[in-house]
Design a protein around this ligand. Structure first.
Ligand code: C5P
Length: 402
């Protein structure tokens, strides 16, 4: 971690005392460490302790600065946000997690968290009841979806005397996570143009009804977010989804397979890689009605003729030159052989096979279990991972092929 800038945010929690060991380990491995603390954090451990261990002044107050002029105070949060290669909030209290989930920025730590474009790691540490409370879980899910890395708390005896999840994880787990994330924060995709598609498509039956599927778009959005964080110029073509646009990503919204095809053809010129994570409908109503189809008394069925949609990925594969093409496959039978066949038929470089079973629901989940197969025949089976980590694994492969 030599030369890496690790910014640690300490909030109010008894586990704050363990952060001293974290700082020492990081400094020992060559990182430069700066610490900022909330007011509550500074009640548990004196800033002086962390200042001595990190060999840097500890920042606690938004309105005070080590520099002398007012203009330094007004920009110190931006300077810190830009200085960091990674921000680690440990211990992260329920209160700070809730503030981050809704974008409240009322102290230095929450302002810097909002201002930084670098990866943020959260170590939720609190009483088990607070951790397991549905609002805390919902806030953590929101942050995870937004690309924050959540290191789950360890289970065991808590300061209250109760047992459950809520302890700060072992320092080794935290340093390993930081190291792992810093290797992906190297901006190794700088100047690369990447086009990602995500979400379902809606195929109109009439002006108010459609045929769709259960794709939430989370996988494709995670890829777009991770690629942008690694420095790529990212265009995201999204079907109808309810997700926030990741930072530094150009988003184009489409609805049908036909609209997605037009957008992909338009934006895929001069791209280095196209990642088709969208669950594009294979069939669309052949004759969508101009007006809403009415119920007719005595009519108990409706025939809805469908026609095949254009296969976007196969079309790109047909005219493929130097662009790396990646697709997804979701099969309920013949997973691996079906995916390999798809790779060959569509003339693409990489296919990501979703495991679809009771343990891995794929749709709407924050986690995914996939197998990545490339055109050389390499097969990499990944364990169940957060979608953001799956995204980085896919991007590692793409980087190697570029
Ligand atoms: O053939 P199948 O639909 O299973 O292939 C899935 C892959 O092909 C996905 O990457 C999907 O985005 C892409 N696809 C496409 N156009 C379609 C159907 C699927 O690009 N009409």
């Amino acid at each position: 971690m030599r030369g890496k800038h690790v910014l640690i945010g300490v909030t109010g929690g008894i586990a704050a005392y363990k952060v001293g060991t974290l700082i020492r380990e990081l400094v020992k491995s060559g990182a430069e460490v700066k610490v900022m603390m909330t007011e509550a954090g500074a009640r548990f451990v004196s800033p002086l302790t962390f200042s001595a261990l990190s060999k840097n002044p500890v920042l606690t107050d938004l309105w005070s600065s080590n520099q002398s002029s007012d203009s330094d105070i007004s920009t110190q949060h931006i300077d810190l946000a830009n200085w960091a290669d990674v921000l680690v909030i440990a211990p992260a209290s329920a209160n700070t997690i809730a503030k981050l989930a809704c974008g409240i920025s009322d102290n230095l730590l929450t302002i810097v968290s909002l201002a930084t474009s670098r990866p943020v790691i959260l170590a939720p540490t609190m009483d088990a009841e607070m951790y397991l409370h549905e609002v805390t879980q919902k806030n953590l899910a929101t942050l995870s979806e937004r690309g924050y890395f959540i290191v789950p708390p360890a289970e065991g005896e808590l300061a209250s005397g109760l047992k459950g999840p809520g302890r700060l994880p072992e320092i080794k787990i935290l340093t390993d996570t930081i190291e792992n994330i810093l290797t992906h924060a190297d901006r190794d995709l700088i100047k690369k143009r990447i086009l990602v598609t995500a979400g379902p498509t809606y195929e109109a039956i009439d002006p108010v009804r459609f045929i769709g599927n259960r794709s939430s778009g989370k996988m494709g959005f995670a890829i777009a977010r991770a690629a942008a964080q690694r420095g790529a110029e990212v265009t995201l073509i999204a079907g109808p989804v309810a997700l926030e646009t990741p930072r530094n990503v150009k988003r184009i919204d489409v609805e049908s397979a036909q609209e997605m095809l037009s957008a992909v053809l338009r934006y895929s010129k001069k791209t280095d890689a196209v990642i088709m994570a969208a669950a594009v409908a294979d069939f669309t109503p052949a004759h969508p009605a101009k007006q809403k189809i009415k119920k007719q008394p005595g009519v108990h069925s409706l025939d809805l003729p469908l026609k095949a949609t254009p296969d976007i990925l196969a079309a790109l594969g047909c005219s493929k030159r130097n662009t790396i093409l990646a697709g997804f496959a979701l099969e309920t039978t013949d997973g691996l052989s079906g995916a390999k066949e798809k790779l060959r038929k569509k003339n693409i470089d990489l296919i990501v096979l979703n495991s679809f079973n009771k343990q891995n629901r794929v749709f709407g989940s924050h986690e995914n279990t996939v197998t990545i197969i490339d055109k050389r025949g390499d097969v990499e089976r990944l364990p169940k991972l957060p979608k953001f980590e799956v995204a980085n694994k896919i991007l590692d492969k793409i980087r190697d092929l570029l």
